[in-house]
Structures are given as C-alpha cells and as structure tokens.
Design a protein around this ligand. Structure first.
Ligand SMILES: Cc1cc2nc3c(=O)[nH]c(=O)nc-3n(C[C@H](O)[C@H](O)[C@H](O)COP(=O)(O)OP(=O)(O)OC[C@H]3O[C@@H](n4cnc5c(N)ncnc54)[C@H](O)[C@@H]3O)c2cc1C
Length: 288
C-alpha cells in the first residue's frame, strides 16, 4: 500500500507506477476483487488520506459539483437529499447496502467500478453528468456516458484520478427518482434498477431522461428511444404505458441469469419505469 502525502504525491506516484499501482478509495469493491483473484495490482494507492480535500457537494455557477471521495453517508447529509430536484440521491442511498458500507463507499469509486450495479452511475446518467479527471499532465472533463465504455472498463489513462462529478442545476419544474427492485434488502445487485429525470410544464413532458442498470449492454445506460417518444407528450398513464409497451422493448435487450429471466426483467423494467416517473411527477408537485 502506498500512502501519498497529498493529491500531487498520489498523481506523481500513479504516473510512475500505474497500471501496477491502482487507486483505492473506500475499498468496498477493489478489496473484494483482489480477494477473489480477479485483480492483482502490485500496489494500492490510498486516496483516503486526502478525503477531506475531495469530499464535498457544492453549487458553483449553475452547476452541482461532487468531489469523487464523497461517501454515500456524506451525500446523505448534503443539500441534494433535501432538494426535491435531486431526491434520486436519497433513493440510491436508501437502497445502498448497509450503514458501514455507506460510510466507506465513495461516488468516485462507484464510477471506477463501472458495473450494472453501480447505482450512482445509473442516476448520474439521467443528470447528464460529466467527470473531471486529473493527472500530472493536467485535467480534462469527459461525459460520464463516454467515460464508461464497457463493464469494468473506463476510457481513462491508468495515471488519471476521478476528481469530481459535475452536472447542470436542473429547473424548478423538474425532479429525479431512482428505484431498485430486489427481493433481498442490503445487497448490491438488483434485478432491475431505473432512474428518471422528469421536467413538466402544464402536465406536458418538457424533458425526460430514463436510465436502467442495463439497456442493451452490460453497463448502465439510457433508454433514448423511449425518452424521445415521451418528450413533448402529455404526462398520462396511457402515454407511459404506450412508451414501455411499444418503444422500450425495441431498445432493451435483457439477459437471463440465475437470478431472473430476461422476460421477467423486461416486465419489471416497465414497472420500475412507470413507478419512477410517477414518483418524479409527485415530487415536482411537492410530494415525497
Ligand atoms: C456488500 C456490498 C454491497 C454493495 N451495495 C451496493 C449498492 O447498493 N449500490 C452500489 O452502487 N454499489 C454497491 N456496492 C459496490 C461498491 O460499494 C460501490 O461501487 C462503491 O461506490 C465503490 O466505492 P469505493 O470507494 O469503495 O471504491 P473502491 O473499492 O475503493 O474502488 C473501486 C474501483 O474504482 C477505482 N477508484 C476508486 N476511486 C477512484 C478515483 N477517485 N479515481 C480513480 N479510480 C478510482 C479503484 O481503483 C477501483 O478500481 C456494494 C458492495 C458491497 C461489498
């Protein structure tokens, strides 16, 4: 384990030693990967020493900025879970593992893991989030959608650290919701997860973004055809039903595994989508 003195030290160390050296934040995923022999780094570079520096949720010039080392527990204490527009963050936390895990797991680590069960990734997709990466060479900002290219694969150099997550503040007539369907609480993998962003004006869907744990690949993604169908239409159960019965199945390719069949997952995706949209609508109107 390398314990850097500060962020610059971590970046310099990674520059010289990655990919043999990899970052560790909360360690809730990477240590399991190592224990199971799926990952064999020579050195772990401990980012937790400068957690204070990279743990924040701020409003800056019309944007929300979240430090990569912000834990689930810290997000839970931020203004995000009190603002009706960002209640999707409260939903993710409510379904996230256990209190101990919430104290350790970071939002940057959630992106670093990059699997379908990365719940913040699913939510951040509907907020059109971008990610700031830093290395000794400087910084760059990439859309989250471009950063995660495949399961456990990020389009970033091994010497780059996820520094912060950025998304535009959303209008007052908008809200978010996240839903995870699982028979057992307190575990990582849901059968289906869904996040939505909804913007309504006089009951017309001004804008909508819908993400699932999986749409056609093995990573969280957006159901863009379904969104396109809904945009500009009046918000009604009939329209939502039409969207999930006629459009969603044209872009969603669910897989069967030991937990559930593809058909069941598709059916549950429809249910989750409807419930999440209704929840977001209720939030826009001042409900919980
Ligand atoms: C029992 C259990 C339950 C879980 N439940 C959930 C759940 O409900 N929802 C969910 O989404 N996840 C869940 N997880 C998965 C995991 O806790 C989350 O993905 C968590 O957010 C990972 O963050 P971390 O800080 O622990 O990452 P780490 O384990 O420290 O790192 C994960 C990966 O990201 C990289 N990394 C971390 N931080 C950075 C950075 N700043 N820059 C560059 N690379 C970085 C690491 O090198 C590593 O590859 C669960 C895990 C367990 C063990």
């Amino acid at each position: 384990m390398y314990i850097p003195k500060n962020l610059d030290d971590a970046l310099e160390y990674l520059d010289k030693n990655a990919p043999d050296a990899i970052p560790i934040a909360g360690g809730t995923d990477v240590l399991i990967q190592i224990r199971e022999g799926k990952l064999k780094p020579k050195v772990l570079v401990d980012l937790s020493g400068f957690r204070n520096q990279l743990s924040y949720v701020k409003r800056i010039d019309g944007k929300i900025v979240i430090g990569a080392l912000t834990s689930v527990a810290e997000l839970d204490e931020s203004f995000l879970v009190k603002d009706k527009r960002y209640l999707g963050f409260a939903d993710v936390s409510a379904k996230f593992a256990s209190p101990v895990l919430k104290a350790l797991a970071t939002i940057g680590g959630n992106i670093g893991v990059a699997v379908s069960a990365s719940d913040y990734v699913t939510l951040l997709h509907v907020l059109n989030a971008q990610v700031k990466l830093v290395s000794v060479k400087g910084e760059r900002i990439v859309p989250l959608e471009k950063l995660i290219v495949e399961k456990r694969t990020l389009a970033k150099e091994p010497n780059e650290i996820i520094y912060e997550i950025i998304f535009n503040e959303t209008p007052e007539n908008s809200s978010t919701a996240f839903m995870k369907f699982d028979r057992r609480e307190m575990i990582i993998t849901g059968y289906v997860t869904c996040a939505v962003y909804l913007q309504l004006k006089d009951n017309i869907i001004e804008d909508v973004r819908i993400a699932f744990d999986r749409v056609s690949g093995r990573i969280p993604g957006r159901a863009k055809k379904t969104e396109e169908f809904l945009r500009g239409k009046e918000f009604s159960l009939d329209v939502i039903r039409q969207a999930y019965n006629e459009v969603l199945p044209t872009e969603m390719k669910r897989k069967s595994d030991f937990r559930a069949s593809a058909e069941y997952r598709l059916d549950m995706s429809k249910v989750m989508m409807k419930r999440a949209l209704l929840k977001a609508k209720s939030r826009i109107e001042g409900g919980a």
